[in-house]
Design a protein around this ligand. Structure first.
Ligand code: GAP
Length: 463
């Protein structure tokens, strides 16, 4: 399995198309197609249900993409959210210096100064990945935030598209405390877009300029951080199991390589076709963010602690999930090519809970009442979520298409269903029965229409 196959399936089957394609494509942008958007919605809805609605200790918000510019000074993003970049003087290719050194020399550069990185490039004769030259500009810091201009008049009108959803949560911390009767430990969750001016985006939807995050800031008493960190790690791994993700590994960040706000970070990494890479992260951000916002806004963000009678600044754990990387990991994990009787099939073994189409209903033909019967069955099975009425082409081709988009089960309406066949099963008429076909085993079974919903629930959707 390689990325080309995933990218090709994604386009062929309407998961994701290259963005702005009619203008020749644009900066690694992608448009999620009808199945991609369903898959993404399933991920986000399930995440919201699991971590917000099903938990008494987490509430949600939906903050703005453009926040007060002072936010980013306080959070450290204006000063620290940089990549080290160099340009090839010969072909003008711009790359991340640290990534290039890691790739070509297997040396990690995190924490090194611009001068040290340049020295490493010279000593190791690091070549341009595009033209092969060794002719680099100086290493420079490149801030990853997208900036924009506000229309208002006044001193500095520069604003930024948020590079993480987290900061809106910190800005609303006091409002939540004052209005929601929350008590430590408690979390505030948000799903939304984040923007990063990545120098080298790539690997399909793995590294994008705009992407979606699902984040929780979980506010705690300082002395409980270790216990709750372990608990969150377990919860994050349970989430992977829930959506059917295998090949997930923990990676502890070395102390000297932690982000500017973190005292401990563990990534959950996934074995993508291009290597083991970060999928999700869990960080102990201490009281860094609330402290910074308190200093910069000059507003008190402390809360009253009943036990000690004092005002305290809560500490925070931050579990964070990328939606786009979840989509990619699911596609890679679920993708399979299998030998079947009449050749080979491509199939996505997606967990039913996450599959973009839950049930495909297929009339053998549209005539003789089968089309209308299929519509009736569609109306029954749509309780499971997004379903499809698939009535074009041979049944075999329709099964293959549904296999490729990961539909867990197909229901077929035929002449037996309509009572227009002499076929019987053990002498009993097959009228008002349908065939259900399991995507994974490809086994078919005859089921009474009256028992269909219960059967599908038991065999696929309640498992
Ligand atoms: N608030 C913490 C934070 O933003 P991060 O590790 O930089 O931490 C969190 O990002 C998650 O967002 C990552 O684990 C990843 O899933 C996703 N992510 C980060 N950068 C991305 C990009 N350029 N394209 C797609 N997803 C990205």
């Amino acid at each position: 399995m390689n990325m080309d196959k995933i990218v090709s399936l994604a386009k062929r089957r309407g998961f994701a198309y290259p963005g702005s394609e009619i203008y020749g494509g644009f900066a690694n942008s992608y448009t999620y197609g009808p199945y991609g958007v369903e898959l993404k919605k399933n991920i986000k809805d399930l995440w919201w249900k699991t971590f917000v609605q099903d938990r008494p200790d987490v509430v949600g918000i939906d903050g703005d993409i453009i926040l007060h510019p002072k936010t980013w000074k306080a959070s450290g993003h204006l000063d620290n959210f940089n990549d080290q970049m160099v340009d090839c003087k010969k072909c003008k290719t711009r790359v991340r210096a640290d990534e290039l050194i890691e790739e070509q020399c297997k040396i990690e550069c995190e924490g090194l100064s611009n001068e040290d990185v340049k020295k490493l490039m010279q000593e190791n004769n690091v070549t341009c990945p595009k033209c092969g030259a060794v002719d680099w500009t100086d290493v420079r810091q490149f801030n990853l935030m997208f900036s924009t201009q506000m229309a208002k008049t006044g001193e500095d009108d520069t604003a930024y598209l948020r590079p993480e959803t987290a900061q809106a949560i910190f800005l609303e911390f006091k409002n939540i405390v004052n209005t929601m009767r929350v008590k430590l430990p408690f979390g505030i969750a948000q799903i939304g877009k984040a923007f990063r001016n990545e120098i080298t985006p790539g690997n399909f939807i793995f590294r994008r300029l705009e992407f979606e995050q699902m984040e929780i800031e979980y506010f705690i008493f300082e002395d409980s951080w270790e216990k709750l960190f372990d608990q969150w790690l377990r919860d994050m791994k349970s989430w992977c199991e829930l959506i059917g993700l295998k090949k997930v590994h923990e990676r502890e960040h070395a102390k000297e390589k932690l982000s500017h706000y973190s005292k401990r970070t563990v990534d959950l990494e996934f074995d993508f076709p291009f290597g083991r890479k970060e999928l999700y992260g869990l960080a102990y951000r201490t009281d860094f963010d609330l402290g910074q916002h308190e200093t910069h806004s000059k507003k008190e963000l402390r809360i009253h602690d009943e036990a000690s009678g004092k005002k305290i600044l809560p500490h925070v754990l931050e579990p964070t999930w990328g939606v786009d990387r979840t989509v990619l990991a699911l596609l890679c994990d679920a993708y399979d090519e299998e030998k079947v009787e009449d050749g080979e099939r491509v199939v996505l073994h997606l967990a039913p809970i996450i599959a973009p189409v839950k049930v495909a209903v297929m009339p053998l033909m549209k005539k003789d009442g089968m089309g209308e019967k299929a519509q009736e069955i569609f109306d029954l099975v749509k309780v499971f979520g997004n379903c499809e009425l698939d009535d074009g082409g041979s049944i075999g081709k329709r099964y293959r298409r549904q296999d490729e988009i990961g539909t867990p089960v197909c229901v077929t309406v035929d002449y037996d269903t309509m009572g227009k066949s002499v076929e019987t099963r053990h002498g009993v008429s097959l009228q008002d029965t349908v065939t259900i076909r399991d995507r994974d085993t490809m086994k078919q079974e005859r089921v009474k229409i009256g028992e269909l919903v219960e059967k599908l629930r038991k065999s696929f959707f309640d498992k």
